[in-house]
Design a binder for this molecule. Structure first.
Ligand code: ZN
Length: 257
């Protein structure tokens, strides 16, 4: 049972997530191999795809994939098979699950002020995946609670439970401040590398502050204002495109769902 070892930490995170939320999460080791992470990602993806309403729209799918791959090419995981999905949901949200899978809501496409704002959110989620924040958090749970993990490892249907939780919460995990900061910093780097204006991410954060949206996406600490300021500081000296000539039509198309 190759999977059972992979699933142990996930079982723990499912049950102990709230307890762990206050723990320090800096510099933890990752006990889930990249191969196991990708294998688990495929199973979670299959379950999540059954539970959400995926958009059957080749134009939207192609756009998100095209921009996603532009960003992935700037990462150290450019050689891995990343996958992108569009969910028909008005809420401004995007999330990453382990194994290089990124979900984007039509609400994020429809309500981003420009292409670079959308690419900012997409880059931030890709960065969580590259930094392996999800499996790193689970590894911390595994380390601290070995016995419980062994017991829970025999629980069938666990992947389905985790998938249901991801769908319900609109996120795989609530990351630490350090994780969010790292994902923002990496996102700036990737966007600049791909020729996008990295301040797009700051503009999206500021828009969400003023509009009060993006609860699931940006409600984590540190506060969006502080994150926007950090992103602006990191973006200094970088210039890039704010638009790609396609986004306006993509946005109005996304607003139909
Ligand atoms: Zn994040």
């Amino acid at each position: 049972m190759r999977l059972s070892r992979t699933l142990l930490p996930f079982a723990l995170a499912l049950l102990l997530g709230p307890l762990l939320a206050g723990c320090a999460t800096l510099g933890g080791a990752n006990y889930v191999s990249l191969e196991e992470e990708w294998q688990l990602g495929q199973q979670l993806e299959a379950d999540i795809n059954r539970q959400v309403r995926l958009v059957d729209d080749a134009t939207l799918q192609r756009y998100v994939e095209q921009v996603g791959q532009q960003i992935v090419r700037e990462t150290e995981m450019a050689n891995l098979p990343w996958r992108f999905h569009v969910i028909a949901d008005d809420e401004i949200n995007a999330f990453n699950i382990p194994g290089g899978v990124v979900y984007v809501n039509t609400g994020l496409l429809a309500q981003s002020g420009s292409a670079s704002e959308f690419v900012g959110a997409l880059s931030h989620e890709i960065a969580h995946g590259v930094a392996r924040h999800g499996t790193r958090r689970l590894s911390q749970a595994y380390e601290a609670n070995l016995l419980a993990a062994v017991v829970l490892g025999g629980n069938p249907g666990l992947v389905e439970q985790i998938a249901a939780q991801v769908v319900a919460q609109g996120a795989f995990a609530s990351f630490s401040r350090a994780d969010e900061r790292e994902a923002d910093a990496l996102a700036v780097q990737y966007m600049a590398g791909a020729g996008w204006d990295p301040e797009g991410l700051a503009r999206l954060l500021e828009r969400l502050v003023s509009q009060g949206g993006g609860i699931a996406l940006f409600s984590t600490h540190p506060a969006p204002q502080e994150r926007a300021a950090n992103v602006r500081a990191l973006s200094r000296g970088h210039t890039g495109r704010d638009d790609d000539g396609q986004f306006a039509s993509v946005r109005s198309r996304a607003a139909r769902y």
